[in-house]
Design a protein around this ligand. Structure first.
Ligand SMILES: C[S@@+](CC[C@H](N)C(=O)[O-])C[C@H]1O[C@@H](n2cnc3c(N)ncnc32)[C@H](O)[C@@H]1O
Length: 258
């Protein structure tokens, strides 16, 4: 995708996807999974491909210093807009940087972060290697690297539930899919990303599913978000549920001597 391919997708993603129960569940589940690994605030968090800040602004609210990096001026404008409604103390803890994730170390002046997040971005890059290397370079010794990616092992689920049987059959051997935003996306496996982590001095710690049931809810559903989120959080942590999630969340820790 070109840098500002997100110009045309921003409204749909920020105002549409995040408003749904599914979107809110995603933020809740990822936040709780992250908190299992984060040290107490303060600490410096880099959110690569951070978009409008849905995942990292709550971290700034919790006391972390957040650098949100994204190549898309449109997404950064959305982030700026969202930030304006935060308290001044929170706004002061957030810095927005326009750059590609692959150039994050240069764009942030070589700073090393307590945690580096990259959620929902890998599916839009052709090859995972350069982005993972960049994330790992930005993590401080003992720092967290957190990646959310499309699960290559569950690609048949969506077409099958949509009764697109020929697509479902092809999906068992596919390496990506036309995503919900109408853009072609690339899928990864936990094992391959874990190997890339290791090659970059980051030890994989654990992995989770993200959503399972909320993925199939009517976008107009008026379900109690907290009730759905509590179920999804439990499902995300255990087999076989986490294995069936269409996206996965992999957390690693940079080696202490890195
Ligand atoms: C689906 S949004 C995810 C936003 C945010 N991480 C979240 O979870 O809400 C994908 C984001 O990735 C950004 N992006 C696309 N290619 C990128 C790259 N090579 N490096 C960093 N960000 C990228 C887009 O501009 C967009 O903001």
């Amino acid at each position: 995708m070109s840098d500002d391919a997100w110009a045309s997708l921003a409204d749909q993603f920020v105002d549409g996807a995040y408003e749904s129960v599914k979107g809110q569940v995603r933020t809740y589940v990822l936040h709780h999974q992250l908190m299992e690994h984060f040290p107490e605030p303060p600490g410096a968090v880099l959110d690569v491909g951070g978009g409008a800040g849905h995942q990292s602004f709550p971290l700034a609210r919790a006391g972390y210093e957040v650098t949100l990096l994204d190549p898309s001026p449109t997404m950064l404008a959305k982030a700026e807009q969202k930030l304006a409604s935060e308290a001044p103390a929170v706004r002061n803890r957030v810095r927005l940087v326009q750059a590609r994730g692959e150039d994050a170390a240069e764009a942030t002046g070589g700073q090393r972060f307590t945690a580096v997040l990259c959620h929902g971005v890998l599916m839009y890059v052709d090859h995972p290697g350069p982005l993972i290397t960049s994330l790992c370079r930005c993590a401080a010794a003992d720092g967290i690297v957190s990646v959310m990616a499309l699960n290559a092992k569950t690609l048949a689920i969506r077409p099958a539930l949509e009764r697109r049987w020929a697509d479902a059959l092809a999906a068992f051997e596919a390496s990506g899919e036309r995503g919900l935003l109408g853009v072609d996306t690339r899928a990864d496996t936990v094992e391959e990303l874990a190997e890339l982590f290791r090659a970059n001095e980051v030890e994989p710690v654990t992995w989770y599913g993200v959503w399972l049931f909320a993925d199939w809810m009517d976008p107009a559903a008026t379900e109690e978000v907290s009730a759905v989120a509590a179920v999804e959080l439990q499902a995300s942590r255990r087999d076989p549920y986490r294995q069936l999630s269409r996206v996965f969340h992999l957390v690693g820790r940079s080696r202490a001597d890195a």
